[in-house]
Design a binder for this molecule. Structure first.
Ligand SMILES: Cc1cc2nc3c(=O)[nH]c(=O)nc-3n(C[C@H](O)[C@H](O)[C@H](O)COP(=O)(O)OP(=O)(O)OC[C@H]3O[C@@H](n4cnc5c(N)ncnc54)[C@H](O)[C@@H]3O)c2cc1C
Length: 491
């Protein structure tokens, strides 16, 4: 009797699952899937981001918890799944010993906290004579496929993209195993259903996200029938079902493998013809890929105040401003609409994320990690690589060749919310305002609308941030060096 287990992390699927395939090569008599409901994925206790922000809130929002539980239920209906609670290195080894499980298989993570947990589990298992096998999954490319050693990861995304496009191909996804020695357990399904029943339902205005491989694959097939062929033109919109793919929660939880999405994209191109939109979806998957390797390359620096540039900026830590940003009470309608959508649904569009991140870092000039940490606790598609990589980039301490990137909220609203409908949807105080007033109501009418005055002066705050940023770069030999590298690296 040989029993093995697959330790699920951000890979809640059966298709293209290298860890599962490796477990099956052992020809086990039973495969159990095990998921630890605890750090670093979800946590019920205090999430804090010392030294800057401490607040009692679950690490994963109810929207993400709902999505994960649905994804686990989808698996529990097809295979034997067990749910454990606690810290992985404390609960997994004891569980494995008790169940007579000889080896655990999982996908390797690249972020420091995730790696520390994997290391601790491996050591604890080793002490009792068991093994943790780590394989690569969840990326388009394996590390060995990259056309450079990880230390040589280009600082510019464009360079990375050109290199991988020129020299590397995405491997076909591994098949879903047909007969698994893994019997579903109705009691586990019931437990998951009970937990789900304790969570709020999706907001009526939310995209109808349903966690799980089954729902994710079905949605990919629907999106690739038609909507993907206009993705390039629609992707910056703020509202609607098909302006962008909405694949992110499924990709983040690993209900979808990026290689499988890529294979489906190629199939759609074969069926209807490739165009710049289908290419652009691949382009965005390459951004996702880039941030994974960025974290693998730079580790803890990605999460540090100065970022990978080590820039010393006098970021503010004003809780009042931060609370206004979180609550969507900044007095800047497009920012407030996006922040309220994020709080109410756990998701907001890429354009909206860029606008609010720019506002936090370039106008409020708040510690950018506060923004990243809040997103971590709020997003239903939270992904350590994409979240922290994008925040680093938006804060100007990462790999943005432009250095100081900013968004004008009124101009952005005019461009991407031309009718003002996104703002009116999420900021009901402004429902009676027509365009262009809805983008920035005059100070005199705000009290009667019960809408706040701007928390900062946009022009002045931006000028201060810009000046402070460039002075810091000039005063920092490393910052200067890196910026020069960015320019030299430009295609
Ligand atoms: C400040 C900030 C924080 C972010 N945090 C996350 C996060 O925690 N998790 C997450 O998945 N994405 C994050 N993103 C990236 C991006 O906003 C979302 O992936 C995207 O909006 C999801 O919508 P979609 O699936 O419709 O994307 P589409 O536009 O349809 O793109 C397809 C897929 O490509 C990937 N992708 C697209 N844009 C990016 C990008 N800029 N960076 C990395 N991958 C990208 C995603 O996997 C996405 O599902 C963040 C962006 C910003 C600016």
């Amino acid at each position: 009797m040989s029993r093995v287990a697959v330790w699920l992390l951000n890979d809640l699927r059966l298709h293209d699952h290298p860890a599962l395939q490796a477990a099956l090569r052992e020809r086990p008599t039973e495969v159990t899937f095990v998921y630890v409901w605890g750090p670093p994925t979800v946590e019920w206790g205090i999430f804090s981001f010392p030294p800057s922000w401490e607040e009692e809130r679950p690490r994963a929002s109810v929207w993400r918890q709902r999505f994960l539980l649905e994804a686990l239920l989808d698996l529990a209906k097809r295979v034997r799944l067990e749910l454990l609670f606690g810290e992985p290195h404390q609960v997994l080894p004891a569980w494995a010993a008790q169940r007579g499980i000889l080896a655990l298989y999982a996908h390797r993570e690249w972020a420091p906290e995730e790696q520390a947990y994997q290391q601790a589990v491996a050591e604890a298992l080793h002490r009792q004579g068991h093994r943790l096998h780590l394989l690569e999954g969840n990326s388009l490319f394996e590390q060995a496929q990259l056309p450079f050693p990880i230390e040589g990861l280009p600082l510019l995304f464009t360079r990375f993209r050109q290199l991988v496009e020129r020299t590397t191909t995405v491997k076909p996804p591994l098949p879903t195993p047909t007969a698994l020695p893994s019997e579903p357990d109705p009691q586990v399904q019931e437990k998951l259903r009970q937990r789900l029943a304790g969570l709020p339902s999706l907001h009526p205005q939310s995209f109808p996200f349903v966690g799980g491989e089954t729902a994710g694959q079905a949605w990919v097939r629907t999106y690739f029938q038609d909507a993907v062929f206009t993705y390039k033109q629609t992707r910056n919109a703020l509202q609607g079902r098909t302006f962008s793919s909405h694949f992110s929660p499924w990709l983040a939880a690993g209900c979808l493998s990026p290689r499988w999405v890529y294979a489906e994209l190629r199939a759609a191109e074969k069926a209807r013809g490739a165009n710049e939109s289908t290419y652009w979806l691949f382009f965005e998957l390459l951004w996702r890929e880039y941030f994974r390797w960025l974290v693998a390359r730079w580790g803890a620096k990605v999460f540090s105040l100065g970022g990978i540039q080590g820039l010393r900026l006098p970021w503010r830590r004003e809780k009042g401003l931060f609370s206004a940003w979180i609550a969507g009470q900044t007095g800047y309608p497009i920012v407030d609409a996006a922040m309220r959508e994020l709080a109410a649904t756990g998701w907001t569009s890429n354009r909206a994320r860029q606008i609010v991140a720019s506002f936090l870092t370039k106008n409020l000039f708040l510690d950018w990690r506060w923004g990243a940490a809040y997103f971590e606790t709020q997003l239903n598609d939270y992904d350590v690589y994409s979240n922290w990589g994008n925040w680093l980039y938006q804060a100007g301490v990462g790999t943005d060749g432009r250095g100081f990137r900013w968004f004008d909220p009124v101009r952005q609203a005019k461009l991407y919310d031309p009718e003002g409908s996104f703002i009116r949807q999420w900021v009901p105080e402004l429902r009676s305002c027509a365009v262009p007033r809805v983008y920035s109501p005059e100070p005199s009418i705000r009290p009667s609308l019960r809408y706040p005055q701007p928390v900062v002066d946009w022009q002045r705050s931006l000028a201060y941030a810009k000046d402070t940023y460039w002075r810091a770069v000039k005063g920092s030999p490393k910052g200067n060096q890196l910026l020069k590298l960015f320019q030299d690296d430009e295609p």
